[in-house]
Design a protein around this ligand. Structure first.
Ligand code: NAP
Ligand code: GDD
Length: 346
């Protein structure tokens, strides 16, 4: 049975990837951060008690800021494939917590690479590693962006991802490790964190539709993103590690839309007029913005046989419908006298 280790298993992508790998009969190990509240909500449905003979998902406490935990977990889990998805992944927050973001995203990747290098040396095992790179690395570079586009990062997050990318290229060349950098454009889902713009919008649409919220405050509506579906993108990660040679790939839909177009489509799908509800709050603007991302995924299509199955309209519909259902459940609880915490985001 092949074994995979996922950092960031509790995040959006970690959850889809764990589900995907379990469906391919992997034994899956995930690194979980200690938190004062439960942070495993996205993977609880996959978890079986480790005493259960059928258990194939195992969780380990660890952190990308703690190298010794990474080393210990490698020896315990003995992975064939590692997916490094752990990150402080919010671009706006990276301006507020720049050093921490660099410590997790850039130096955290370096810690993992050092641990993998030593693990391979001491055990003689071969391990493949996927690094979660980002279209943010292209930043201000002219669209469309592909594998040959020069990086122009516009945030501490993006600069840290560029550093992590180059650490990976260097370790691939210096130590002949199988390391693939994915350069993934924005990908979303009903499991997307609620402070990223798509989910913030669809959560608001659901709550407004059910009468639980009136206004939605946003920042820059003109930014353009190439939005795909997270479920499709985790398959691309896996395909990169099944490829005969380690390489770097752009993963995108090849379509770009503005935040305003997402807002119009999401409110429209719920039969609402967005102009009645959306207001601009400068708090959500960024010191430097990434204006226009549009990916060219032709290399991934040709070499990996990967294609997105969900495009913009399907994604908006999927997220709005899930969030209307979630708001309906919340409304039921509220009407029954329970308190449901309202969340607003960055
Ligand atoms: P996410 O939902 O924010 O999940 C991030 C994961 O990283 C969570 O499991 C989080 O744990 C974990 N994490 C945070 N700090 C950590 C630390 N110090 N040590 C170990 N784990 C830590 O992000 P995502 O959307 O799934 O994205 C997955 C990866 O792909 C990230 O590296 C992200 O930067 C990158 N990426 C994402 C996109 C996208 O559009 N989604 C595009 C390109 C690249 P908690 O649950 O405890 O917070
Ligand atoms: N979050 C947020 N909140 N973004 C807003 C808002 C708001 O209220 N209003 C407008 N935006 C704009 C942002 O300025 C940005 O241009 C765009 O919406 C998308 O923002 P996010 O959804 O926060 O995503 P991101 O593109 O900055 O970063 C995401 O995608 C990257 C890949 O390109 C994250 O998932 C990163 O981790 C990932 O690397």
């Amino acid at each position: 049975m092949r074994r995979a280790l996922i950092t960031g298993i509790t995040g959006q992508d970690g959850s889809y990837l764990a589900e995907f790998l379990l469906s391919k009969d992997y034994q899956v190990h995930g690194i979980v951060r200690r938190a004062s509240t439960f942070n495993t909500g996205r993977i609880d449905h996959l978890y079986k008690d480790s005493h259960d003979e059928e258990a194939r998902l195992f969780l380990h406490y660890g952190d990308l800021t703690d190298g010794s935990s990474l080393r210990r977990i490698l020896h315990k889990s003995e992975p064939d494939e590692i997916y490094n998805l752990g990150a402080q992944s919010h671009v706006k927050v990276s301006f507020d917590q720049a050093e921490y973001t660099a410590d997790v995203v850039a130096t955290g990747t370096l810690r993992l690479l050092e641990a993998v290098r030593d693990y391979c040396d001491t055990t003689g095992r071969k391990v493949k590693l996927y690094q979660a790179g980002s279209s943010e690395m292209f930043g201000a570079a002219k669209p469309p962006q592909n594998e040959a586009t020069e990086f122009y990062p516009r945030s501490p997050y993006a600069a840290s991802k560029v550093a992590a990318y180059w650490y990976c290229v260097n370790y691939r060349e210096a130590y002949s490790l199988f390391i693939a950098n994915g350069m993934l454009f924005n990908h979303e889902s009903p499991l997307r964190g609620e402070t990223f713009v798509t989910r913030k919008i669809t959560r608001a649409v659901g709550k407004i539709k059910l009468g639980l919220q009136k206004k939605l405050y946003l920042g820059n509506l003109d930014a353009r993103r190439d939005w795909g579906f997270a479920g499709d993108y985790v398959e691309a990660m896996w395909r990169m590690l099944q490829h005969d040679t380690p390489d770097d790939f752009v993963v995108a839909t090849g379509e770009s839309h503005s935040v305003k177009e997402f807002v119009e489509a999401a409110f429209g799908h719920a039969g609402l007029n967005w102009a009645d509800h959306v207001e601009i709050d400068p708090r959500y603007l960024r010191p430097t913005e990434v204006d226009f991302l549009l990916g060219d995924p032709s290399k991934a299509a040709a070499a990996l046989g990967w294609k997105p199955t969900v495009k913009f309209d399907g994604l908006v519909k999927m997220m709005v419908e899930a969030d209307i259902e979630l708001a309906r459940q919340e409304a039921t609880l509220i009407n029954a006298g329970h308190r449901v915490s309202a969340r607003s985001g960055n």
